[in-house]
Design a protein around this ligand. Structure first.
Ligand code: SD4
Length: 326
């Protein structure tokens, strides 16, 4: 199958490049990768998201750019109803409305983001469209939704029966407290390196369960939930977004790598910046995942339980991250 046919089989058309997972694995079976063995081709994602990361890895092998691979990879989790922190099936806010946040950043430093979007599942692809088709970087709320519909996205009900049930149960006590690695796991931040050695990333989430209406976390904020500098490396974040935003976590990690730290050291320092500000032992989670242009990867979190998925040389592995509290 050639690239044109590959694109035409995507479920939102060639421009948005949302490719059904089966399509991409079918393609890779029939086609020899065109890259050489020395190509530093890999994909990393927050949490245990083997299918999404594999989709990205296979897209890279099929010759797609890092940004295309990342958007296609995270699209799997956006459609995954079992993932209650991303896309359709995501937990709603305290008013029972699911609103999604996402951003993308590519190897040229260009970026796009959508904030608090209702009724649209594939918000990472939408963020890519904001980057490519508008003179802006961020579209929020109603405007983002209108733009999506104009681009041909079909509005959907994102609140599943299960999501509604859980929300109704929550309403009985209305007790809002972010839980560590329970309700708030699985925001997906993904960084891909393509066969040209270019880095790009995507980050997509439904945010914190039962958040206030209009609340936006770190995930769609360039420099907080995601940052890429093709000369240095990239970083993504997951966990309590408020704390990531206060320290501009992903940008900080890339800048620390620029000044000579390894991805691991940079993630640890970014976690320390959050901890320095805490007067008592934190009961929230923040986790970082980063990579540099040499293909080294680092991960670190405040609480135990964070892991990441790493695709390289056709092997997709879930790896446990080290943490401050064991
Ligand atoms: C947020 N960082 O909205 C996101 C939540 C998250 O896994 O990462 N959940 O604050």
């Amino acid at each position: 199958m050639n690239r044109r046919k590959f694109l035409s089989r995507s479920y939102l058309g060639a421009t948005s490049l949302l490719i059904a997972p089966e399509t991409i694995s079918g393609l890779s079976k029939n086609k020899k990768p065109s890259y050489s063995n020395e190509t530093p081709l890999y994909a990393i994602s927050t949490w245990d998201v083997s299918k999404a990361n594999m989709i990205a890895g296979k897209a890279l092998e099929a010759g797609f750019s890092a940004i295309e691979a990342a958007v296609n990879g995270v699209a799997y989790e956006e459609s995954n109803l079992l993932n209650t922190t991303v896309g359709k099936g995501g937990a709603p806010d305290r008013d029972g409305i699911v609103s999604l946040d996402a951003c993308v950043m590519n190897h040229t430093g260009n970026c796009g983001a959508v904030l608090a979007v209702e009724n649209i599942t594939h918000v990472a692809a939408l963020a890519k469209e904001v980057m490519e088709k508008t003179p802006h970087v961020i579209l929020a709320g109603k405007g983002a939704r209108q733009f999506a519909i104009k681009q041909g996205y079909k509005p959907e009900n994102l609140l599943t029966e299960q999501g509604k049930k859980a929300w109704k149960k929550w309403l009985k006590n209305k007790n809002y407290k972010p839980e560590i690695n329970v309700e708030n796991h699985d925001t997906i931040g993904m960084i891909c390196c393509d066969k040209l050695g270019n880095l790009s990333g995507a980050c997509t989430t439904s945010g914190l369960a039962y958040k206030m209406s209009g609340r936006v976390g770190d995930s769609p904020i360039i420099g907080s939930g995601l940052y890429i500098d093709n000369k240095v490396g990239g970083a993504v974040a997951t966990g309590l977004g408020e704390e990531v935003i206060k320290t501009v976590g992903s940008f900080l990690i890339v800048e620390l790598m620029r000044s000579g730290l390894s991805p691991q050291e940079a993630c640890e320092e970014a976690v320390n910046r959050i901890l320095e500000k805490q007067k008592v032992k934190p009961n929230f989670q923040v986790a970082y995942l980063s990579t540099n242009i040499n293909g080294e990867v680092g991960a670190y979190s405040i609480q135990k339980g964070f892991s990441y998925t790493f695709y390289k040389n056709k092997i997709n592995k879930n790896i446990s991250s080290d943490s401050v509290y064991k």
